[in-house]
Design a protein around this ligand. Structure first.
Ligand code: NAD
Length: 252
């Protein structure tokens, strides 16, 4: 069991992309804290299975099928979640899609899709929940960036543009909503070995390079990011806002 943060019990938490990967680990950790966790995802089978498993274990977890690239659907989903579970107190903007895209093949439509799945929904999810947080004079938002742009990774310019944009989004929202006691931070994961990463991108060569660059000489797991996320959401991080926390095992 990870640390227990008593203030997280009964909090209403929205986790986007909460069905798989790092998002699923975050969902599990909030459930363990006694929070009411709402997952927005397009992976219905995985989302329902996770919510059912957690509910059967006595937690409060609820899957909503929402395509975050459809902003009216996202806004309607937040309204439904609020009606069912009460005002949203914590938002984790985790969903993304790390498809690679050689610059030569990117069309304007594809560019817009990448921004839609990797950046745009983070702003609109925040916009949808901020009235709840403002009314409560409390709240925490955690946006997911990536170290990929910091490392100068190629082959995915729309993704890295989105993920660096998350930092500007985070700092602006932190400035605007700090007066309402709302904290807004970003987490930048390094290479975290979700099932998808292992199946799609990990090769013996890339793992050897990772082990050369990373200070910690082992694979990092999704739960290691989830534990930082619940810390930042908790009152233990009450003075932390407008920051960008790197969780990468020391990739230097
Ligand atoms: N895993 C890594 O190595 C790594 C590295 C850097 C940054 N990150 C970031 O961490 C976060 C989580 O990454 P992950 O590796 O768990 O990703 P993942 O691809 O394994 O999971 C992403 C989740 O988002 C959901 N999702 C995707 N598009 C959606 C949409 N349109 N509507 C609703 N849900 C949608 C997926 O179904 C999935 O459940 C992302 O923001 C990612 O960019 C991950």
């Amino acid at each position: 069991m990870a640390a227990l943060y008593s203030d997280l019990a009964k909090k209403v938490v929205l986790v986007t992309g909460g069905a798989l990967g790092i998002g699923a680990a975050i969902t599990r950790r909030f459930a363990e804290q006694g929070s009411t966790v709402i997952l927005f995802d397009i992976q219905r089978a995985a989302g329902e299975a996770l919510a059912s498993e957690l509910t059967a274990a006595g937690s409060s977890a609820h899957f909503h099928e929402v395509d975050l690239t459809d902003i009216p659907a996202l806004q309607a989903g937040v309204a439904q979640a609020r009606a069912a579970h009460g005002p949203i107190q914590i938002l984790v903007n985790n969903a993304a899609h790390d498809e690679r895209h050689p610059t030569e093949t990117v069309t304007p439509e594809y560019w817009d899709q990448r921004i839609a799945v990797n950046l745009k929904h983070q702003f609109f999810a925040a916009q949808a929940v901020l009235p709840d947080m403002k009314a409560a004079n409390a709240g925490a938002i955690i946006n997911f960036g990536s170290t990929s742009w910091m490392a100068g990774q190629g082959g995915m310019a729309a993704y890295t543009a989105s993920k660096s944009g998350v930092i500007g989004l985070t700092r602006s929202l932190a400035r605007d909503y700090g007066p309402y006691n709302i904290r807004v931070n970003a987490i930048a994961p390094g290479w975290i070995m979700t099932q998808r990463q292992i199946e799609k991108w990990l090769t013996p060569e890339s793992e050897a390079e990772l082990m050369r660059r990373q200070c910690l000489k082992r694979r990092l797991g999704p739960d290691e990011v989830a534990r930082v996320t619940i810390f930042l959401a908790s009152d233990e991080a009450s003075a932390c806002t407008a920051q960008h926390y790197v969780v990468d095992g020391g990739w230097v």
